[in-house]
Design a protein around this ligand. Sequence first.
Ligand code: AHR
Length: 866
Amino acid sequence: MQTSVLAVSVGLTLLFADTASAQTPVAEWQFDQGSGTRAVSSTGAEGDATLRGRTGWSAGLTGAHALQLPGQPGAFAEAAAPAIDTSGSYTISAAVKMDRASGWQTFVSRDGKAVSGFFLQLRGDTGEFAFTTLTRDAPDGDTDTAGSRVDPIEGIWYHLVGVHDAAAHTLSLYINGALAQTVPTRAAWKSDGATIIGRGKYDSRPVDFANGAVDSVRLFDKALPASEVRSLFLRDVPLAQRIDPNAPTPTAQITIDAARPGPAVSLSQHGLMTEEINHAYDGGLYAELIQNRAFLDSKEPVHWSLVQDGGTGTMALDSAEPVSKALPVSLKLTATSITGGANPRVGAANAGYWGISVRPNTSYRASFWARAAAGTTGALTVSIESSDGKTALAKTDVKNVTSGWKQYTVTLKTGATAASLTNRLVVSLHRPGTVWLNLVSLFPPTYKNRPNGNRPDLMGKMADLKPRFLRFPGGNFLEGDTIADRFDWKRTLGPLTDRPGHQTPWGYRSTNGLGLMEFLDWCDDLSLEPVLAVYAGYSLNHYRNPNGERVEPGPALQPFVQDALDEIEFLTGDTKTTWGAKRAALGHPKPYTLRYVEIGNEDWFDASGSYEGRFAQFFDAIKAKYPKLQIIATTNVRSRKPDVMDEHYYLPARSFLRDSHHYDNYDRKGPKIFVGEWASQDGNPTATLYAALGDIAWLIGMERNSDIVIMETYAPLLVNVNPGAWQWDHPNLIGYNALTSFGSPSHYAQVLFAENKGTVSLPMTITDGPRLVCGVTRDEKTKTIYVKIVNPTAKPQPAAFDLQSVDAVLPTGEAIVLASDNRDAANSIENPANIVPRTVKLSGLGKKFQHVLPPYSFTVLRISTK
Ligand code: AHR
């Protein structure tokens, strides 16, 4: 049915009466020749179009034939002479029917020197139709895009019209006669190359080869109004090819075969992947409230300010007499004069990580290292106060600061104040004098009250995902931009005064307060198995500069291999081993269970091919000492067979929705798969509802294939949503500021997924619900059937369920639904519960029953059977 009918999925009221367009195109190709390599121009203005490469002919929409494009480089049609001026107003129309509705495809364009002057296209990043221009003839020009919410289906004709209105400075896209979107354009320039049907141009290269049929291309030298666009649609698309958008959606038939359970559902499949990005640790999970506590973030005491209340003084970084080798700079605070007033003082104030959270009746642990200059007397006051200094929330004095470095620790207890964020910590002098400060720290209560521990709310949200393992320490954070800035685990252990921290590849410095031992504490606290990634001789500068930071396999790499062996011993060795003893000295005599070690991260970036040799060297050394360890490779290698491959997928939700069968036919004889980073790319800084739907589709596919996909971790997990705090301009799972946190719709969806696992997959089939993605499992003990189902369309989808081979079905059950009419809906600090699941009681269940799946929804049906 769907191959012959034109789909109308934008919200529109169609007129079914035919009217003729009054406008005459300046160029037009009907593609009705059906053979040869010339497509005749009906206006003559631009001349005939020449078919290039493997471009051919197929059945047309508006006549006998259409142009058939194979989606291959070199295949397109071109008409030499330009008939429209792209710096002025113009309109492009075309009918397209794709054989493959994914990737970047341009149906009509006009060549510039470096890029196309316009692209009437399918975008690979959103999977949606668009009319796109760049602000100049260069790939780094800004992009203006009139997009759509039409998720195209293969084999269906779509009528696309792009309108550039030079007077209004707008771009508009119409689909099937209805306006999809109008956006402002910033600049228009004249592209005077050929008109191209079937590809675009970018970076001076032909790109975006179209895959399918293109019919009736027209160019107009004016911006057609909506009424004319509709007339064009009515003229091009025969009545019989239009469908009524108000026609009822056919009921999807979902048949579940309970007699043939498939593979067991893996409970150890789901894990956590985080790294120091988006202030995930410092300013995030790691509960420290003071930013730049060791004064290493910059050459200036950034995040600190001088307080002069009834006094004058100075504050500066000073490298004389450092507190430790690792922390070579301290803050020198001098009160030059105290002149008087209610509470005269000179102090240093820290603004925290975009604020300091304060809760009522709560104890905070403040600590700092200090030394005083000779003659400095009187106490230092430590206070938590409002950012304007007007309200003291908790304070205490530290007396007798010595002339040598010493750590001072105090408890600050708040009273019955409201929870707030706009606060600061101040350390102040009340008499003239000088002190040096370092490691100025403030901790709220932490998860399980661990000293130097983690934020309870974020630990709780991770625990809700029911993870079984933790992949750490990255990600790019493992590799660093340079070798010196890799995650050098030995420098992350022990007292904080011994941890120098390092620059991360994400543009800020890590304190490494959350170091290797804290990763392991985190594993203990959430009952996670560590999955350890070891630095493998490749840092990211090498990607930007091939002569940059990389270690050749061979003797130069050996110290790094030894570091990895030491690290494995640190985790797994008994207390008689060198590194096992060091772990015990840090408070954890019991060795950790370690089954997986990953060699590097995303080494496909290493175009030199050195991973082959680097991997082999690590693999051999680790297997020789630890033969049972499973070794994970990050890209293909030939000389050794990795036990597991780490694959990463950052794709539009739409791609995941279409590719949930990705692993169904994967080679079962090759390495097992760890999908170590994946996420639908819809929303920022946190995932939208649509992203959640893509994520669930992908999870359904991974769960069904858990015989081969043995582990998976969504990434990135954590984002501090303050402007300036995040670098990953894509979705993240959990957002927060210093005070509160929220789960994205995808977080709620993944929690739901984790709570409704079952123990075996059940086979199922869907007919008449082409967009639905469904996974069915059963708990073999309780015989509860879990149907997890995604409706990614804008319409309610009725579904008829047929549970085959079950003896009996309890008539009552539950549907838990995450849904909204707005697929772009997200949660936020201000509106954390905008999209949350709701539970609906079901009645009338049986071996056969009907249920309507709401628009843009993820539904879990819990059905009790015998
Ligand atoms: O998850 C964010 C980054 O994406 C990771 O650091 C890296 O491995 C990937 O490129």
